[in-house]
Design a protein around this ligand. Structure first.
Ligand code: ADP
Ligand code: MG
Length: 576
C-alpha cells in the first residue's frame, strides 16, 4: 500500500526553556489517510492547536518525525514548506483570521496569489467559490460588513482556493451560533464527500460526533482513538497548481498589497510622508543655500581681480580685537609702498561716514578718503565727469566723486550733478564725477552709497585722524605677486619695527572666506541631516508599528502559503 497521507511518529513539541518548559505534545503517534474525516477533541490546553499547527507545517516538532506522503518534512527548507503548505493544506481558524482591510473576494484570493495564479483566473475562482458557499454578490464586502457565519464561510472559501487536499479547521464553530455551526458542519461534510481529508478540532462532543473518527488528546498525549474507518471515497481531482510564482508576479502583488495597506492607514502614511518630505527638502534647500552663497562670493572675488594685495593695520588677531594697534598705517607708508617694483599703485584709504548736504536734501552715508589711483585698484568706472587728480590730493582740494545712491539722494537728476557743490562736514566739495552703478555686494552692502574724497582732504576735514584703514596695492605682473608681497612686508617691517600690520592677497582672502563658507555649509548640512534622520526614524517607527500590529496578518499569509520572501518583499515595498 502507498504511504499514508500524514504520519506522525513520536512527535513532541516543547515550548519555552528548561525551567519554564511546557510539553504541549508528548510522544504523539498518529496516522491519517487520504479522505478521512477526523475530529480532534480535548480540553482547552490539551495541545490540539499545537498538533494542528504541526500537521499544517506552520510549526516544527521539537522531536519526532513527520511525514507527508512519505516525505520527511524536517528535511525541507522554509520555502519548500511554504510551497507544500500551499498545495496541501487549507486552514480555517476559530477567529476566521480574515484581513480586515481587503474585500471578501481579495481574502479568498490570497492563497492563489502566493501560488502564482493570474489575476483574472483568481477572481473568477474566488467568485465561483463564494457563490457556491452562498456568498454570491458579497464579493466586495469587507469582513467587518459580514456576519460571523459569513466570515467563516469566506475563510472556508479561502481554504479551498488552492484545491487543498487537507482542510485543517481549528474550532471553526467556536465563534458561531448553533444554526450557522450546523451550516458550516454540513459544508465540511460535503467537502469530505468530495474527496478531501478534513481534520477538525473541537471541544464540543456534538460536533465531534459528525466525524468518522475521533481522537482525544489530554495533556499532550493521545488518550483515545476510534480508529480508521474505511469508506469509499470520491476521487479528488486536484488541479495542477504552479509550484512557485514568478518573481515579477510576486513583486507586482507585493506592490498592490503594500498600497492597499498604506491606503488603509492614510493619515499615518500622509504624516510619515510629510516628515520625510520636510527632511529631504531641508537637506536640499540648505545645501543649495550654502552652495549658492559660496558661488556668489567666488564671483565677487573673481570680479575684484587677482592682482591685488591688501594691507591692513593691526598685527595678530588679539591686538586687533583690543583695537590698540589700529593707528599704525600712515600715508607715508602708502607712498613708500607705491615706490616698490612691480607696484602699479598703492591706494591709501580711510573710511568713515558723514552727512552730505545739498540745499534741503541731506544724506548720511559712507565716505572714503582715497588717492587718485582708486579706480586702478577697484574695477569701477565713471559714469559722468572725471576722477580727482594727484594735484587735488596734494593740495587737499575739496572735491568729491559720488556713487549713484548718494548722488540720487541729493540730486533729482544725477547727470546734472557734475560741477555742483555739496556740503560735507560743513565745507563745500565740488563734484568731480559720478561712478557707474555697481549694485549690492554679496554681503548686502550698497556699493553705490559712496562718496570718495582725496585722502588728504579727508584727514584734515572729515575723519580727524591721520591713520589709514587700509592700503590696496595693485601689482603689474601677477606672476610675481608673492615676491611683491614679501617686499611690501619687509618694507613695512623696516619702517615700523614690528609686525603691526597684515598683508593678504586675493587668494588668501578667498581661502579664508571659503573656509568660513565651508563650515557654514557643513553646519547647514548637519542641521538638515538631523531633520532627515528624524524623518527616517519616523518611517522606521511606522514600519515597526505595522509589523507588530500585523503579526496576525503575517500569520494568516504564512498559513495560506506565503514564503518568508513574500512577506519580506511586501514590507520592504511598503517601507519604500
Ligand atoms: P488547545 O488548543 O488544546 O487549547 P494549545 O495547543 O493551544 O491547546 O496549547 C497546549 C499547551 O501549550 C498549553 O499549556 C499552552 O499554554 C501551551 N502553549 C501553546 N502555545 C504556546 C506558545 N507559543 N508558547 C508557550 N506555550 C504555549
Ligand atoms: Mg486551541
Amino acid at each position: 500500500m502507498s504511504d499514508p497521507l500524514l504520519h506522525l511518529q513520536d512527535i513532541s513539541r516543547v515550548y519555552g526553556k528548561s525551567d519554564a518548559e511546557v510539553r504541549a505534545l508528548d510522544g504523539v503517534d498518529l496516522t491519517i489517510r487520504e479522505g478521512e474525516f477526523v475530529a480532534i477533541v480535548g480540553q482547552s490546553g490539551s495541545g490540539k492547536s499545537t498538533l494542528m499547527n504541526l500537521l499544517g507545517c506552520l510549526d516544527r516538532p521539537t522531536a519526532g518525525t513527520y511525514r507527508i506522503h512519505g516525505q520527511d518534512v524536517s528535511d525541507m527548507d522554509a520555502d519548500a514548506l511554504a510551497a507544500l503548505r500551499r498545495r496541501t493544506f487549507g486552514f480555517v481558524f476559530q477567529r476566521y483570521n480574515l484581513l480586515a482591510n481587503v474585500s471578501a473576494s481579495e481574502n479568498v484570493e490570497i492563497p492563489a496569489i502566493y501560488a502564482g495564479i493570474r489575476q483574472s483566473e483568481r477572481k473568477a475562482r474566488a467568485r465561483d467559490l463564494l457563490g457556491r458557499l452562498g456568498l454570491g454578490g458579497r464579493e466586495k464586502s469587507r469582513p467587518g460588513q459580514l456576519s460571523g457565519g459569513q466570515q467563516q464561510r469566506v475563510a472556508v472559501a479561502r481554504a479551498l482556493m488552492n484545491d487543498a487536499e487537507v482542510i485543517l479547521a481549528d474550532e471553526p464553530t467556536g465563534a458561531l451560533d448553533t444554526g450557522t455551526s450546523e451550516e458550516l458542519l454540513e459544508l465540511l461534510e460535503e467537502l469530505h464527500r468530495s474527496g478531501r481529508t478534513v481534520i477538525l478540532i473541537t471541544h464540543d462532543q456534538h460536533v465531534a460526533e459528525r466525524a468518522d473518527r475521533t481522537i482525544e488528546l489530554r495533556d499532550g498525549k493521545i488518550v483515545s482513538d476510534s480508529g480508521f474507518v474505511d469508506r469509499p471515497q470520491a476521487a479528488l481531482d486536484q488541479k495542477e497548481v504552479k509550484s512557485s510564482p514568478s518573481f515579477f508576479l510576486q513583486l507586482t502583488e507585493s506592490i498592490k498589497t503594500a498600497f492597499r495597506s498604506l491606503r488603509a492607514n492614510l493619515f499615518r502614511t500622509a504624516l510619515t510622508l510629510l516628515g520625510v518630505v520636510i527632511g529631504v527638502a531641508a537637506v536640499v534647500a540648505m545645501l543649495a543655500v550654502g552652495q549658492g552663497s559660496q558661488r556668489d562670493v567666488m564671483a565677487r572675488f573673481e570680479d575684484m581681480g587677482a592682482n591685488l594685495l591688501f594691507v591692513s593695520p593691526g598685527g595678530d588677531r588679539g591686538a586687533r580685537m583690543r583695537g590698540d594697534a589700529i593707528a599704525t598705517l600712515t600715508l607715508e607708508d602708502a607712498e613708500a609702498l607705491g615706490e616698490l617694483d612691480n607696484v602699479l599703485a598703492a591706494v591709501p584709504s580711510r573710511s568713515g561716514s558723514a552727512t552730505l548736504r545739498r540745499g534741503s536734501n541731506d544724506h548720511r552715508g559712507s565716505v572714503e578718503g582715497v588717492s587718485e589711483d582708486w579706480l586702478l585698484a577697484n574695477t569701477r568706472n565713471l559714469a559722468y565727469g572725471s576722477f580727482f587728480t594727484a594735484e587735488d590730493v596734494d593740495r587737499r582740494v575739496g572735491v568729491v566723486v559720488l556713487g549713484t545712491t548718494t548722488a540720487g539722494e541729493l540730486f533729482d537728476n544725477v547727470s546734472d550733478a557734475v560741477g555742483e557743490y555739496v556740503f560735507l562736514a560743513g565745507a563745500p566739495f565740488e563734484i568731480a564725477g559720478i561712478l557707474e552703478e555697481e549694485g549690492a555686494s554679496s554681503f548686502g552692502r550698497d556699493q553705490d552709497d559712496l562718496a570718495l574724497i582725496p585722502i588728504t582732504t579727508g584727514m584734515m576735514r572729515v575723519f580727524g585722524s591721520s591713520y589709514l584703514s587700509s592700503v590696496t596695492i595693485a601689482v603689474e605682473d601677477t606672476d610675481v605677486i608673492s615676491d611683491t608681497e614679501t617686499q611690501a612686508n619687509d618694507l613695512l617691517l623696516q619702517r615700523h619695527g614690528t609686525q603691526d600690520f597684515r598683508i593678504r592677497n586675493t587668494a588668501s582672502l578667498l581661502e579664508s572666506v571659503q573656509e568660513t563658507q565651508n563650515s557654514f555649509s557643513m553646519l547647514l548640512g548637519a542641521v538638515a541631516s538631523i531633520s532627515l534622520l528624524v524623518g527616517g526614524i519616523g518611517v522606521m517607527n511606522i514600519m515597526l508599528v505595522s509589523v507588530s500590529e500585523r503579526t496576525r496578518e503575517i500569520g494568516v499569509r504564512m498559513a495560506t502559503g506565503a514564503r518568508r520572501s513574500d512577506i519580506l518583499v511586501q514590507f520592504i515595498v511598503e517601507a519604500v
